[in-house]
Ligand binder design. Sequence first.
Ligand SMILES: O=C(O)CCC(=O)C(=O)O
Ligand SMILES: [Fe+2]
Length: 278
Amino acid sequence: MAVCFNLSKSGSPDLSRVIHFNLTDHDAQKYEFEVYPLNYEMKHADIEEIGLLFIVNPFTAAGQRYWIQRCYLDYPNSPNVTNLTGKKHIWSKNDVHTWKYLRWTTLGYHHNWDTKVYSLDHHTPFPADLASLNAFFAKILQFPPYFAEAAIVNYYHLDSTLAGHVDRSEFDLEAPLFSISFGSPAIFLLGGQTKSEEPSAMMLNSGDVVVMSGQSRLSYHAVPKILSSEATPWLELENHEQERPEWIHVKKVICQSRINLNVRQAQTETISKSLLTT
Ligand SMILES: O=C(O)CCC(=O)C(=O)O
Ligand SMILES: [Fe+2]
């Protein structure tokens, strides 16, 4: 994937060609899930025809706190699978030092990183809250009913990167992929169907949701840079009485980290059929 601007791990990247989507003021009205009415951008010249929707952070601060805590405190729990499952460094909710070893957690149909094939035998219940949130987004955006069945929670440090790839393991490639980010900002590159197309670069801030549908569902994408930032929208209107006791640790970690919830519909029926016929 060609990179259209200067990126160095240590120096400051040239952000002049990075698309910044801006939030217009949120309505006082709030939907369920601590989400405001979606302010989504689908008309940018570079992305309008390929089915990419960019939703500028729709989450309230309490909503951001909720999902950030779920990612550090709950989702890495067994039976979900993490990069630490079966390894020496074990994630423990009660030991903040173990969190820095987390790289990913998989939910629902567990992504097999070697074969890139989902298997019916490797499935655990998908978190109901995350499934409802994505069904809700799909409904508001007028997609067909959405069943979140597989997700990767990615945990990034400030020096982490994600190489260019296409997510094509799902049997249902028509259903959109929802990519929800929290924590430090990141540069997201979206290319075309081949590695030769020059990507567009966009800034992903905490709470932003990228929906990859249509052609963009099978487009190359990458995260070449996480940026350190003073912005901490998840701390707004903090109410200590309402927070979980571990929030005090989580909020220290998230200031120097980024989380991405990458949610897919794998289409259970098709998976079962394909496994039965092989
Ligand atoms: O971190 C991101 O924004 C993207 C993650 C991603 O592309 C993936 O998990 O497949
Ligand atoms: Fe991806």
